[in-house]
Design a protein. Structure first.
Length: 335
């Protein structure tokens, strides 16, 4: 469900629209060291341009050469009619050495000439609407079908069909547009989060024009409620103003957001929880979801250091909720 793979599909769609032939390559099985998990995507254009990765660089050159040769050897009509096939790397000792697989890594890939793009358009639209989508490829026909997926569903491959799951981008909602929020937004953007910021205070209005950040207008509690946070959403209150933070947290803690955090000392957090419990209808379980003091305990002092601790804790929680790859990396496949 990495948004990197959604970008790969978006690139493949644009290339096909521009008249290029495109092949999709999907990791279906790994043994030993594997820096890219099952389900990871690579798109290869007819001129050798690529998007994404399936090995971290070890086998991409060979895949590019294979794809370019295949596109040159057949007509466009034959390309469109060609079916998916299997490719394996690292099966023999000599091949492992040739492709730089020093840790004994082995990859099995599905090589899929892209025939039509309607399913890509539908998948990208559905994930943009924050839906989970399962894509099933029939290897004997090359036909692709889409269906709703559930959280926790993982890639499945039985040799005849390949089902991969695509989800919406992880998003981060920041309450407050101060210096700390700007640092958090910048780091989260580098991690490919969709970042949204809400701060109704006029004196912070100029800070809301951060590059790559969407501004949410209105009071924070109204904004969070209307946003309908899902399990791909993290919410962090950073204003230090209870009138803004508490009401936003009230809505956030009742939502499906996977992470809810608030800036403040341990004493302030204890006072906040007492206040929320006394004046609002929040259960003990809901209050226990509040991360505060927000961030990992790394002794952070500056806004940038605090931002690192906040983003790191969000990533820690996100990854704990995300199913682990079938074969976790032990060391790089790169030579």
């Amino acid at each position: 469900m990495e948004s990197l793979d959604l970008r790969v599909l978006a690139d493949a769609l644009n290339w096909k629209r521009s008249g290029h032939a495109v092949t999709l390559v999907t990791v279906v099985e790994t043994w030993g060291s594997a820096p890219r998990p099952p389900g990871a995507l690579l798109a290869v254009r007819d001129d050798g341009v690529v998007s994404g990765s399936v090995s971290g660089g070890c086998v991409e050159d060979d895949l590019i050469a294979r794809t370019k040769a295949a596109f040159k050897s057949v007509s466009t009509a034959d390309q469109d009619a060609s079916k998916p096939s299997m490719i394996a790397y690292g099966v023999t000792k000599d091949e492992a050495a040739r492709f730089g697989l020093p840790c004994g890594g082995t990859l099995r890939l599905v090589h899929e000439p892209l025939q039509e793009v309607a399913w890509i358009e539908q998948l990208l639209q559905r994930t943009a609407d924050h839906h989970l989508v399962a894509r099933t490829l029939n290897l004997s026909t090359g036909v692709v079908s889409l269906s709703d997926a559930s959280r926790g569903q993982t890639m499945r491959f039985d040799g005849a069909t390949l089902t991969t799951v695509f989800g919406p981008k992880w998003r981060l909602v920041l309450i407050g547009a101060g210096q700390l929020s700007q640092a958090v937004a910048q780091m989260a953007g580098m991690l490919d989060f969709e970042v949204l910021v809400c701060d109704p205070r006029e004196e912070y209005e100029t800070n809301l024009g951060m590059h790559g950040v969407q501004r949410l207008t209105g009071m924070p509690d109204d904004v969070v409620r209307e946003l309908m946070p899902d399990a791909h959403t993290a919410i962090v209150a950073l204003t230090h103003d209870p009138k803004l933070d508490d009401m936003a947290l009230l809505e956030a803690l009742k939502s499906a957001a996977f992470y809810v955090g608030a800036l403040g000392s341990r004493r302030n957090q204890a006072t906040r929880k007492e206040r929320l419990a006394e004046h609002f209808d929040l259960s003990v379980e809901e209050l226990s979801r509040l991360h505060g003091p927000v961030g990992l305990g790394i002794g952070a002092k500056t806004p940038a250091e605090i931002a690192v601790s906040i983003v790191a804790e969000i990533i820690e929680v996100k990854n704990a909720l995300t199913p682990a790859p079938a074969s976790a990396p032990g060391c790089s496949l790169a030579a």
